[in-house]
Design a binder for this molecule. Structure first.
Ligand code: TLP
Length: 349
């Protein structure tokens, strides 16, 4: 893997951002204590702030999105149950099989349309446990924005319709909202509106918000109490975690207001790609800070396009022989975006 230099435009992921000076200062000055004992004021303040922001009763700071999803899902389910999720859900594909290995759940996947499941398909997949051959459905899991679908943002209405189906059967809903602030910007709503109908939500400080570490789980007070216990079981209770929460807070206060710039830059890259020969881009999916593209050419495959871009000091993730993902973030400027588009035209034009 190439090592990014100062002139590198790193489009592999929004997880690649480096902490800003303001974050580093906040980390150095953070008031800290033993968070496992509930004594870190910086963590406690961040948990409360996030819960208020999302309209939930309480929050719990965890180290990563994977841990946030795992802890939330384990707190809402019992081993042997089924969990309904979209076929390309991050929890299903890219979280090490934790929902099975640690939560003891059987994934029941549904294909979505650009990542969005239909309420009818969810209804049809629900098992009430009366059939001895199947475990009962214990959870519906949603993802907003949907990573593998290219950053597609669920609407408030779609979220509500899916939750209504699950709740109609007494089934809770967990939302992997790793990039929920991008979804809110794309849909022109407050993040709280997108999470009102779900029982638990996990969002990441270390993705598009630009902080170095951390995720937050929010939900009812009772749910968070249980999640706090589960976090400890999986070794995720931290001590003087305020140093991380301080950077996360800066991210939360500074990033949401500028995410539209990342979306505009992704759109510019997507539109440029759509005009180039032998490149497939579904512009309908370019709603936030990601661009998924497929290389359909005789002279070039996806790995060779990634290598060619690396010669321009531009890094991208190659997902297969044909598929590439590009992600914009706070450290990709408008000028960088122009450089990316010029390089793409030179290589592919
Ligand atoms: N996504 C990462 C990678 O897949 C490692 C990325 O670069 O996009 N939910 C969603 C929707 C995510 O995209 C990710 C990370 C996670 C959860 C997990 O977060 P972390 O990496 O903090 O455990």
């Amino acid at each position: 893997m190439p090592i990014p230099g100062t002139n590198t435009i790193d489009l592999r992921s929004d997880t690649k951002t480096l902490p800003t000076d303001e974050m580093r200062r906040a980390m150095a000055e953070a008031e800290v204590g033993d968070d496992k004992a509930g004594e870190d004021p910086t963590v406690s303040r961040l948990e409360q702030m996030c819960a208020e922001l999302l309209g939930k009763e309480a929050g719990l700071f965890v180290v990563s999105g994977t841990m946030g999803n795992l802890v939330a899902i384990k707190s809402l389910t019992e081993p042997g149950q089924e969990v309904i999720l979209e076929r390309l859900a991050h929890v299903y594909l890219w979280e090490g099989g934790g929902i099975s290995a640690i939560c003891g759940l059987l994934p029941r996947t549904i294909p979505g349309n650009r990542g969005v499941m239909s309420p009818e398909a969810v209804e049809a997949a629900i098992s009430d446990g009366s059939n001895v051959h199947r475990g009962a459905t214990g959870l519906l899991e949603l993802e907003n924005t949907h990573n593998m679908a290219g950053g597609v943002a669920l609407t408030v209405e779609q979220t509500r319709a899916l939750c209504d189906v699950a709740h109609g059967h007494g089934i809770p809903v967990h939302l992997d909202g790793a990039r929920i602030f991008n979804a809110a910007v794309a849909r022109g709503v407050e993040p709280a509106e997108l999470v009102t109908p779900v029982d638990s939500v996990q969002f990441c400080f270390s993705k598009s918000l630009g902080a170095p570490v951390g995720s937050m789980i929010c939900g009812s007070r009772e749910f968070i109490e249980r999640a706090r216990h589960v976090r400890n079981v999986v070794g995720g209770a931290m001590r003087q975690a305020g140093v991380m929460a301080a950077a996360a807070r800066v991210a939360l206060e500074t990033a949401p207001g500028r995410l539209h710039e990342d979306h505009e830059n992704a759109r510019t890259i997507g539109e440029t790609l759509a005009e180039l020969p032998g490149i497939d881009v579904d512009l309908e999916t370019v709603q936030t800070n990601m661009v998924n593209l497929e290389v359909r050419r005789e002279d070039l495959d996806a790995p060779s396009l990634c290598r060619a871009l690396a010669d321009y000091d531009i890094l991208a993730i190659c997902r297969s022989d044909v598929a590439i993902r590009l992600v914009t973030h706070v450290q990709v400027t408008r000028e960088d975006t122009r450089r990316v588009c010029d390089a793409l035209r030179e290589v592919l034009g």
